[in-house]
Design a protein around this ligand. Structure first.
Ligand code: ADP
Length: 455
């Protein structure tokens, strides 16, 4: 493939055609990054911090522009896209403090002084998916740059436009040439080359578990570090003692946000049997009330799916004889529209319960008691997020501790705050992004001992 054809998911028009980066161009970008990184790492911490703040300011001035690009390229509702662009600015601002806070330690030892340093790894490859193109990009590039690294970023084939604009904004704000480069292109060409390139010392990947597994295996050949943020099939556990109205009213938000193209989506609603019928009665109008339509309309809550290929994949999980409890609305074509869909499969072994569908499809299953709720929640090979609805705070904490998952919320569906760590258990990933420790994940720890005793 020599070029990428970008399609607007809400009307299927061609936005543009852009050249796909080749292996040779990838190698040249890595060579530029090596040079830029050495100079960047030598800068005083305050100067790196100031450069990051100028980049954040540039993003702040471009929030509307970035949001409009994401609406066109990814079909995100404008309200969501504005939030995403603002989030990138906030992430940059937050990590602009990191260059001056990469504290090492002084460790008590006999015969001298022992200190640790956190040094940049070098060139970091960031490989991103199409569901949240700019926010997920910033979770990689902001802490990596703050820790003194250079970044070569490979955005997903379908959605490179906001990442490309962010690279321009970095340059316009004064970040050195070569320090943050975005290479649109194919995963099997550019992504694969970044994973095997000896000068790329770490890969921060977000995407499917299948691709993440392949990247981890390949990175092993070079003993290359990886962080992997992969799939999810998170549980939304609703106990009988919860505020059932609130649990039902918020459940669509927990799963249909971004058209369900969200690794944190609570795609398995587990409801205590004694309130199952009542909960379903409350959920139906909430699902039918989701406003699906024109992403440019500020009132829209759910846009289209990202592409025809992805639409076909999601649709394959809802054949004509699927156990559909009820559905919301969706516009007719053109556009990759799919209605919010609630399924009630008869068995927890059904593939709609086990697979990450990555669309606006949720399954509802009953449970008897707390033990069964935990067992069902943990029966997935994934472990990224989850919600627990209960008025019993002890139970909320107990069940949170028992669920094998990286991010849980009690009486809420909130998973992502840039100030707190984010990542998965089991097949949902390796390592954590965001939070105060993220820059340290882009460093090598060096220990130096200085003898003070005369021998
Ligand atoms: P999906 O299946 O949802 O499209 P992927 O996990 O395949 O998600 O894609 C996530 C990112 O990984 C994209 O940027 C894609 O181009 C990239 N990618 C795909 N295959 C590879 C690979 N073999 N090596 C490196 N990156 C890849």
């Amino acid at each position: 493939m020599t070029e990428l054809t970008l399609i607007n998911p809400s009307d299927e028009t061609v936005i543009s055609t852009i050249p796909a980066t080749t292996v040779e161009e990838t190698d040249a970008a890595v060579a530029r990054a090596v040079v830029a990184q050495r100079a960047w790492a030598r800068l005083a911490p305050l100067d790196r911090a100031k450069a990051m703040r100028r980049f954040a300011d540039a993003v702040d001035g471009a929030v509307e522009e970035l949001a409009a690009l994401e609406v066109r390229n990814s079909g995100h509702p404008i309200g969501n896209a504005r939030w995403e662009a603002g989030h990138v600015r906030d992430v940059l601002e937050y990590y602009s403090a990191a260059p001056e806070r990469l504290f090492g330690r002084q460790i008590p030892v006999a015969g001298g002084l022992d200190v640790t340093f956190h040094e940049p790894i070098g060139v970091v490859g960031v490989i991103t998916p199409w569901n949240f193109p700019m926010t997920i990009a910033s979770w990689g590039f902001a802490p990596a740059l703050a820790a003194g690294n250079a970044v070569v970023l490979k955005p997903a084939e379908w959605t490179p436009l906001t990442s490309l604009r962010l690279a321009e904004l970095a340059l316009e704000s004064g970040l050195p040439e070569g320090l943050f480069q975005v290479l649109p292109g194919e995963g099997r060409v550019v992504g694969d080359r970044l994973v095997e390139h000896p000068d790329v010392r770490k890969i921060a990947f977000t995407g499917s578990t299948a691709t993440g597994t392949a990247i981890m295996a390949k990175a092993a050949a070079n003993v290359k570090q990886v962080t992997l943020e992969l799939g999810g099939k998170s549980a939304n556990v609703v106990f009988a003692d919860s505020d059932l109205e609130k649990a039902a009213a918020t459940a669509p938000y927990g799963v249909f946000d971004n058209s369900g193209q969200d690794c944190c989506a609570r795609t398995r609603i587990l409801v205590q049997r004694s309130v199952y019928e009542r909960f379903m009665g409350l959920l139906e109008p909430a699902v039918q009330g989701v406003r699906v339509g024109d992403p440019n309309d500020a009132a829209t809550e759910m846009g289209p799916l990202v592409s025809r290929a992805h639409h076909n994949k999601v649709a394959s999980y809802v054949p004509d004889d699927a156990p559909v409890a009820f559905r919301g609305a969706a516009p007719d074509g053109p556009g990759f529209w799919f209605p919010p869909t609630v399924l009630t499969p008869s068995s927890p072994a059904d593939r709609t319960v086990t697979d990450e569908i990555f669309g606006p499809v949720v399954v509802v299953l009953p449970f008897e008691d707390e033990a069964e709720a935990i067992e069902l929640a943990n029966s997935s090979r994934f472990g990224l997020s989850g919600s627990i609805w209960t008025r019993d705070l002890s139970r909320g904490i107990r069940v949170s501790r028992a669920i094998e998952s990286g991010n849980l919320s009690v009486n809420s569906h909130s998973s992502v705050r840039y100030t707190t760590p984010f990542g998965g258990y089991k097949h949902s990933g390796v390592g954590r992004e965001l939070g105060p420790d993220a820059p340290f994940a882009f460093t090598e720890t060096k220990n130096v001992f200085i003898a003070t005793e005369e021998s």
